[in-house]
Design a protein around this ligand. Sequence first.
Ligand code: MG
Ligand code: MG
Length: 255
Amino acid sequence: MVELKTDASIDAMHEAGQVVGRALAALRDAAGVGVSLLELDALAREVLREAGATSPFLGYRPSFAPAPFPAVLCASVNDAIVHGVPTGYRLRDGDLLSLDFGAELGGWVGDSATSLVVGRPRRADLRLIETAERALAAGIDAAVVGNRIGDIAHAVGSVCRAAGYGIPDGFGGHGVGRRMHEDPGVPNEGRPGRGLPLRHGMVLAIEPMLIADGTDGYHAAPDGWTLRTNGGARAAHVEHTVAITESGPRILTAR
Ligand code: MG
Ligand code: MG
């Protein structure tokens, strides 16, 4: 069931979203050569604590997961697409890092992700990330009253495919509200004009995931959480929580 949020609830979700935006901005600044993923997780916990917020990631256990998620942050490096579990791994020059973070404040959740290169970037990685951001922007532009879910999916997928990138099948965006994952699902590829009509008060996480070599396959790492590309190609992941309003899409997790 898709829950429509009141304008007051959307304002409250924006408060939660701002915590997420602040955390990701701080994490981007902190993510340098030699910094460990656990140190980034600790920084993210500090942002939550200062804001009086809690983590919708910590202890999260969907049906596919072997164990509750042990961190407040997903940190996915290079061929890891999403759901990377923070470890003692220290970031190296040229690593492509995707950070996915959520906060719960006042009973509402914000969910957002960003990708960056640590140290000196490869040109191919910059193009991958830039395309992911363009796909996200296209998805947000399509998140307007009168469109349908398929219009968002088509907008995201078209940008990714036109650039020659793969799209992991079966993962995508979702409704956001009092829980991190609500209806409806928001696929990263689809047919325009199809699916649920978009209405004022719907809040969606739109989150393109791109695989550099154009393949769509992936597998779970031995930790049961981290999803990696099958061929070892690098991946990027970006996300915003967006409210659909009569006056246009409102990004609740802007940095
Ligand atoms: Mg997320
Ligand atoms: Mg999400």
